[in-house]
Write a protein that binds this ligand. Structure first.
Ligand SMILES: Cc1ncc(COP(=O)(O)O)c(C=O)c1O
Length: 365
């Protein structure tokens, strides 16, 4: 399915399917009140830590107040943690909030976006709504980003390069040295935005944050994934102070759309390294269970460095997503390389055991 098709399909209400326009991921529609195993949206199945819950409940006493003082406080905490200054920090209502500011920034200037396909493409999709051009570069045969082709494209059409590393919905990562070289070259022509929403789940996570000394580099991260705070909407980013000043022109008080409870819990979450380690370890356990089942069933999959796995369901004879839904499990599907794939998000170990049991039953039926 090409992009235009799946975007228009997103508006079809009666198919029993919702297409997420930013991913081309199809997910089953659900009725309010239905309880399903939610393995379609890359959410953290372990919730958040006890300390975070406690600070959220305490923050309720101050919800009559605006969060003005919390904005610099969180910036200082993040700057300290990542060895930068508060002037390098961006805050948003989710990292999507920062992506939205980047869209506004791009709309004020000439230039195209270069990105990969498939990827998390909410940013180029939004720019396209304003008539702007995006260039989608196919992945290499090993399903990783084709950085050479992306560099060539942005030389030809400068503007912005948007890189999701590790890549959603594929799950692969590019080697950090290669990415560093790419950033150095590409910023001669364009701005470069690296989205590290899933970096903590990698075997050897290496952030590009130290590269924001370059005025054309930005790195964004989120509290929605490993920290388990998707519903609170809080994301953060790092850029050279010159770019931060430009971007914050499009942000109300540089973070006021973020609620005061979100600010309170973010600082606590950031310090809770045990919880992050726990989530990453459990994610690895869940992935191992899925991989073992896929191997037993001889189903092709793409080895993943994230909290989800993409596997090939082209051989499945009926509608895999609907069959899963009928068994109480929500997963996403998408087309890639002319084949049909399932993207399953890692649930808890128990949830994933349930998923693999149902997968095995359906596959062998
Ligand atoms: C790669 C990537 N970036 C950014 C986001 C946005 O996340 P949030 O706005 O919750 O921070 C997502 C959400 O799934 C994502 O997958």
């Amino acid at each position: 399915m090409n992009r235009r098709n799946w975007l228009s399909k997103a508006t079809l209400g009666s198919t029993g399917v919702v297409i997420l326009p930013h991913l081309g991921i199809a997910m089953p529609k659900t009725n309010l009140g239905d309880t399903y195993l939610r393995l379609a949206s890359n959410e953290n199945p372990y919730g958040c830590s006890e300390q975070v819950k406690k600070s959220f409940l305490t923050s309720v006493t101050a919800i009559n107040r605006y969060a003005f003082p919390s904005i610099p406080q969180l910036k200082i905490a993040l700057a300290k943690r990542f060895q930068l200054t508060a002037e390098n920090i961006l805050l948003g209502a989710g990292s999507s909030g920062i992506l939205e500011a980047v869209v506004h920034f791009m709309l004020q200037r000439e230039g195209d976006v270069t990105t990969a396909t498939p990827t998390f493409d909410i940013l180029p999709a939004m720019l396209e709504k304003f008539g702007r051009k995006s260039h989608y570069i196919r992945l290499k045969q090993d399903h990783t980003l084709d950085l050479d082709a992306m560099l060539a494209k942005t030389q030809e059409h400068p503007g912005l390069v948007y890189i999701v590393n590790p890549n959603n919905p594929i799950g692969t990562v590019v080697a950090s040295q290669e990415l560093r070289q790419f950033i150095t070259e590409a910023t001669k022509y364009s701005y470069v935005l690296i989205d590290e929403a899933y970096l903590e789940f990698c075997d050897n996570p290496e952030s590009m944050i130290d590269m924001v000394i370059n005025p054309r580099v930005m790195v964004i991260k989120t509290f929605s994934k490993v920290y388990g705070l998707a519903g609170l909407r809080i994301g953060y980013g790092f850029a050279h102070k010159e770019w931060v000043i430009e971007l914050e022109k499009f942000m109300i008080f540089a973070g006021l759309p973020i609620s005061s409870p979100s600010f309170s819990v973010a600082t606590v979450a950031l310090d809770d390294e045990n919880f992050v380690d726990f989530v990453v370890q459990k994610n690895t356990e869940s992935k191992a269970i899925v991989v073992e089942t896929l191997s037993k069933l001889e189903i092709d999959y793409i080895p993943s460095q994230t909290s989800f796995i993409l596997f090939n369901i082209s051989k499945y004879p009926t509608d895999f997503m609907m069959d899963m839904k009928n068994k109480g499990i929500l997963i996403g599907t998408r087309d890639y390389l002319g084949k049909k794939w399932c993207r399953v998000s890692m649930g808890t170990v128990e949830e994933i055991k349930e998923f693999t049991k149902v997968l095995t039953e359906l596959w062998k039926a």
